[in-house]
Design a binder for this molecule. Sequence first.
Ligand code: MG
Length: 382
Amino acid sequence: MKRQLAILGSTGSIGTQALEVVAEHSDLFEVYALTANNQVDLLINQARRFMPEVVVIANEQKYPELKEALEDLPIKVWAGAEAIAQVVQAGPIDMVLTAMVGYAGLRPTIAAIKAGKAIALANKETLVVAGELITALALEHQVPILPVDSEHSAIFQCLNGANGNPIEKLLLTASGGPFLHKSREELVVVTKEQALKHPNWHMGAKITIDSASMMNKGFEMIEAKWLFGVAPEQIQIVVHPQSVIHSMVQFEDGAVIAQLGIPDMKLPIAYAFSYPQRMKSQAPRLDFNQYATLTFEEPDMERFRNLAFAFEAVRQGGNMPCILNAANEVVVAAFLEDRIGFLQMSDVIEQTMAKAPFLAKPSYEDYVQTDAEARRIAAELF
Ligand code: MG
């Protein structure tokens, strides 16, 4: 029996690489559902090639185009956010890869967990926004959450064989992005074109900006807290510009276990799909002669204030990380449209965190309201 996959965000960077993994291992996996936000042409090509049962386009205006292009095939074509939350519940699906961007991942992830589907989690915002709710639901429904984020996959791999020995500390590595050694003065004037040139990873626009501002690492710290049940104080961010060590676990005897490799998202995707097995890969192997020097440094939370905001948000808890995420989504979209400066993004996030109403014990409906309210507040600040 082939494992049936739903790939949410199939036209994005993770989604397309996930389909490459499926194509390489078509004896093991089958695509049951593909969903995309906007990129209808690519979704059509993917549907014709992988022949899923269902495709969903989130943007309902693109529905007629998608429907018409697939008319000759026995593929169901749906549209809208509601349809994405529906499709993940389909009986035959074994695993749902959440690879869409941002807050939009929350609702379908909840629906998939409630339907008992294993989650391959690439959408870190789901855990940033509502980590407490998601981890409690996963426990209640006995659903595994397998990390696809490379750092968290690394930690997950390091913990296999730990035999329940407690984690003393997680060492979360960070490339530092394209602006690692830029001064505050230089950061004032950096452009989106510069920010979009990540030194080691080719990713979607939103996460690439998050990497440049180091919000991505702040989010990953929150993601790690929920995935591995550690306190934020147990998570140390280690800037490692070569991105060869994907993250590490320190145990109580002082031993540090690391996972290394060439930066390639197909490895963590494949590992989540096939866990606990490892599948043969043709990808290039890590050649230590090519990486004569691996370097490490401390992150600078004064130049990269987003990191400090993430620690503050998770310290306060409740809906504060949801506020952090909503404000960040607003400013990153604006930065990509040249409507806000690079450092100004952090100012707006800080002010939104101060202004949005705090809730200590939010329900799902509270998160929905908090997200909308924080977006409204953030948008008025610039
Ligand atoms: Mg990552």
